[in-house]
Ligand binder design. Structure first.
Ligand SMILES: C[S@@+](CC[C@H](N)C(=O)[O-])C[C@H]1O[C@@H](n2cnc3c(N)ncnc32)[C@H](O)[C@@H]1O
Length: 349
């Protein structure tokens, strides 16, 4: 008797049907992300940073039962986050570098931000597809989703490692030797500018964002000892003129939040304050021009569908808009980072 594919992934003997493993992986993707979230929230990686431990020892230190400890530790080991030697668990290389609180590249806030802030919309993704509208719950959908009260403050803290790491890769990929002053439009809590200035000692500039975000940025910039090189400007990039005095405008993870019409307005405002020869840099997870992927950009675009009115665009789309607002030369530099896989650069004629 012929039966359909089984849960173990096998098909009937002699069948030429493809294996269903891809479907199982996709259907259970949340199991992986929530295992990681639970381990962070329980404090597994923080505790193991103080030394290897057996499952019962860890259960005791974490204040949880031995049964859930063993299950969670086994799952974390299977997923490559922990290593097991002679019955004792320890952090694997990725967990040791990125998941121990207080370490410079700590990603735990990002993981928690995804779990608490973006996942509720994802659980209703079908609604977003049907309605062509965000499915993420927002306190006041009639106001800008980034305004105070509409997005939790921990969103910007969650972006810290994500944006810093992306800026680091961007700084490595781009030749910024001719750049002096950057206007970081929608610069968030300043993490991108701080990292770019760290990498390039002759750089300075301004973080422009909504007033409550600028307050966060000022704190972060001061804590990084960069207040003499990075200023802040509170403004709404849809309604306020942008400040002059910069040779480069950076739009990092901005355009994916908005519609084409809104993005064209933002770009026109940027061009108003750039001198001839100045550059606009659009840093994003770029969708391939033929819209076949890649996976990270395609899924970020889904993330925009469930949470915003925007989407991830292609380099060709950005290049067209840049030419329309007056850029003579447009090129794309590709790199590999969590928040961007390329920068589309336009030079003002
Ligand atoms: C996805 S975050 C990107 C932050 C930062 N550029 C980065 O790469 O980490 C989008 C940013 O745009 C800012 N933003 C949204 N609407 C804005 C507006 N109308 N005027 C100024 N900033 C705005 C948000 O407050 C937020 O900091």
């Amino acid at each position: 008797m012929t039966t359909g594919p089984t849960l173990s992934g096998s098909t009937a003997p002699g069948s030429t049907a493809p294996q269903p493993a891809l479907l199982i992986d996709l259907a259970t993707g949340l199991w992986r992300s929530q295992t990681l979230t639970a381990a962070i929230e329980i404090g597994v990686f923080a505790t193991l940073a103080t030394g290897p431990a057996t499952a019962p020892e860890l259960a005791d230190r974490l204040g949880i039962g031995e049964r859930p400890a063993e299950i969670l530790l086994t799952a974390c080991t299977a997923l490559g986050l922990l290593e097991l030697h002679d019955g004792r668990y320890r952090n694997g290389a990725v967990a040791d570098h990125y998941l121990v609180p207080g370490r410079p590249d700590y990603f735990g806030d990002y993981v928690r931000m995804v779990a608490e802030y973006t996942t509720p919309g994802w659980l209703r993704a079908t609604e977003a597809v049907r309605a062509d509208a965000p499915s993420k719950p927002v306190p006041d959908p009639d106001r800008n989703m980034f305004e105070e009260g509409n997005r939790p403050q921990f969103f910007w803290e969650g972006l810290r490692a994500f944006s810093t790491f992306t800026a680091r890769r961007m700084a490595e990929a781009l030749d910024l030797s001719g750049v002096r002053r950057i206007l970081d439009v929608g610069g968030g809590a300043g993490h991108t500018m701080i990292e770019l200035c760290r990498q390039h000692p002759r750089l300075s500039g301004t973080v422009l964002d909504l007033p409550h975000v600028c307050n966060l940025a000022r704190d972060r910039i001061e804590a990084a000892g960069m207040s003499d090189r990075i200023g802040t400007t509170s403004a709404d990039f849809f309604t306020d003129p942008l400040p002059t005095g910069h040779d480069t405008v950076l739009l990092s993870m901005i355009m994916h939040d908005w519609s084409e019409e809104q993005n064209r307005r933002i770009l026109a405002s940027c061009m108003d304050v750039l001198p001839s020869g100045g550059t606009v840099m659009i840093s994003e997870l770029l969708v391939a021009d033929d819209k076949s992927g890649p996976v990270d950009a395609a899924l970020m675009s889904m993330n925009m569908l469930v949470g915003t009115w925007g989407r991830n665009y292609t380099a060709a789309e950005y290049a067209g808009w840049l030419r329309d607002v007056g850029c003579a030369q447009v090129r794309t530099v590709h790199f590999d980072a969590p928040g961007a896989n390329g920068v589309v650069i336009g030079v003002r004629a």
